[in-house]
Ligand binder design. Structure first.
Ligand SMILES: [Zn+2]
Ligand SMILES: [Zn+2]
Length: 221
C-alpha cells in the first residue's frame, strides 16, 4: 500500500529497449513491466535512435500508459538525454550543439548520470553550465556507487540551479521503475515536459540490485 505517497504521475524517465544495441527489453516487456511497477508513464531513451519509441507510440496494449519519446545521444564528450524527441539527433556532435538540436526538435536536454565513472558522461565540471541543459538526472539506478553518485549529481543540479530528474537507465525489463519522478501535472506529454522544465519533478529511486546487474552481463555474453 502506498497510501501516503505524494501526489503526482509516476514516470521512469530513462529506459532502454532492444532498439539500443545493449538492451534486450522488448516493447511488449516494457509495457508489461511498466504496468507491473505502477508507472503512469515511461520515457523511451534508446542510444542514438528514436525507432523503439516511435514503434511503441500507437502500439496495441500501450493504452493508458504515457509514452515520452526520447533518445540518449552519444555526443563527442558523453551522453545527453533528449526528452520529447521524435526525430533522431545525430551522434558525435559536441554537447552544446547536441543540446541545441534537441531544442530545435522540440525537446528538453537532460544530463544523465553526470559523475558516473563507468559510463560515458559529461561530468560535473563548470563547462556543463555553458551547455544550455534543461535538467540534471540526479538519480540513475545503474550508477555505481549509487549513493555517492546520486549525492554528487544532486550537488551539481543545485550548483547550476537546474531542475532534477530520475530514471532507472534500465537495460533489462526487471529494472524498469527502480527510479522515477513524481510530477503533479495533467497526464499529457507536453504538460510533463513543461513541468520538468519548471522544476516540478521530484526524483525518487534505488540502485539496480547486484543480482540483476549480473543477469545483464550474463545475457549479453
Ligand atoms: Zn548513458
Ligand atoms: Zn541510458
Amino acid at each position: 500500500m502506498e497510501t501516503d505517497r505524494p501526489k503526482g504521475l509516476k514516470i521512469d524517465l530513462h529506459v532502454h529497449t532492444c532498439y539500443s544495441g545493449d538492451s534486450l527489453t522488448t516493447l511488449r516487456e516494457l509495457i508489461a513491466y511498466s504496468r507491473m511497477r505502477g508507472l503512469d508513464g515511461v520515457a523511451v531513451t534508446d542510444h542514438d535512435t528514436v525507432e523503439g519509441a516511435l514503434n511503441l507510440l500507437g502500439r496495441a496494449g500501450v493504452e493508458g500508459l504515457i509514452i515520452i519519446p526520447g533518445i540518449e545521444v552519444s555526443t563527442s564528450m558523453g551522453h545527453v538525454l533528449g526528452l520529447n524527441i521524435t526525430t533522431p539527433i545525430p551522434k558525435g556532435l559536441d554537447p552544446a550543439e547536441t543540446v541545441e538540436r534537441i531544442h530545435e526538435a522540440g525537446g528538453i536536454a537532460v544530463e544523465p548520470h553526470p559523475p558516473a565513472p563507468f559510463k560515458s558522461s559529461l561530468g560535473t565540471g563548470d563547462y556543463v553550465s555553458q551547455l544550455g541543459l534543461d535538467a540534471i538526472e540526479v538519480i540513475n539506478s545503474s550508477m555505481v556507487p549509487f549513493s555517492l553518485m546520486s549525492l554528487l549529481s544532486r550537488r551539481l543540479a543545485e550548483r547550476l540551479n537546474l531542475p532534477q530528474t530520475a530514471g532507472s537507465d534500465s537495460h533489462l525489463p526487471e529494472a524498469i521503475g527502480l527510479a522515477y519522478i513524481l510530477i503533479d501535472v495533467d497526464p499529457d506529454v507536453e504538460e510533463i515536459i513543461e513541468g520538468i522544465r519548471r522544476g516540478k519533478a521530484v526524483p525518487y529511486g534505488k540502485p539496480i540490485p547486484w543480482g540483476l546487474r549480473l543477469k545483464k552481463i550474463i545475457r549479453r555474453g
